[in-house]
Design a protein around this ligand. Structure first.
Ligand code: MN
Length: 135
């Protein structure tokens, strides 16, 4: 099992205030650091200028949506080389099979449907942390 006490640094990209508050509270309660970006464009800028372990990505957002932001992040990783790949978890109310496929095609690694329970977010975070050997 991953060590839950490791202070993961997480970026939350989410435009809805209530969803922001909920995710921030859940993640902080787990003892992880979390930064907030209110849309995909801000998220992309924060990704460029910080070092995060995991990104939680909403899909429907103004300025730049989660699909576009994820594609841009994967493009930066590909261009800069080094084989880096930040785990991105889609967190969205769009939960149809096609929505999941769109997320996966854009380069997202996991999918969590909104609304979710705190333990479901925790499980997704731990799952990607384990899969990508972060903890
Ligand atoms: Mn949204």
């Amino acid at each position: 099992m991953p060590d839950i006490n490791t202070p993961l640094k997480i970026l939350l990209v989410e435009d809805n205030e209530l969803n922001q508050k909920f995710a921030l509270a859940v993640v902080r309660k787990l003892g992880y650091q979390i930064d907030l970006a209110e849309n995909g464009l801000v998220g992309l800028e924060k990704f460029k200028s910080n070092k995060y372990d995991i990104i939680l990505m909403d899909i429907q957002m103004p300025e730049m949506n989660g699909i576009e932001a994820t594609k841009a992040i994967r493009q930066i990783e590909a261009l800069e080389g080094g084989g880096s790949h930040i785990p991105i978890i889609a967190v969205t109310a769009f939960a149809l099979e096609q929505d999941r496929k769109n997320c996966s095609d854009a380069g997202m690694d996991e999918f969590l449907a909104k609304p979710y329970k705190p333990h479901e977010l925790e499980q997704k975070i731990l799952a990607v942390a384990q899969r990508f050997d972060i903890l």
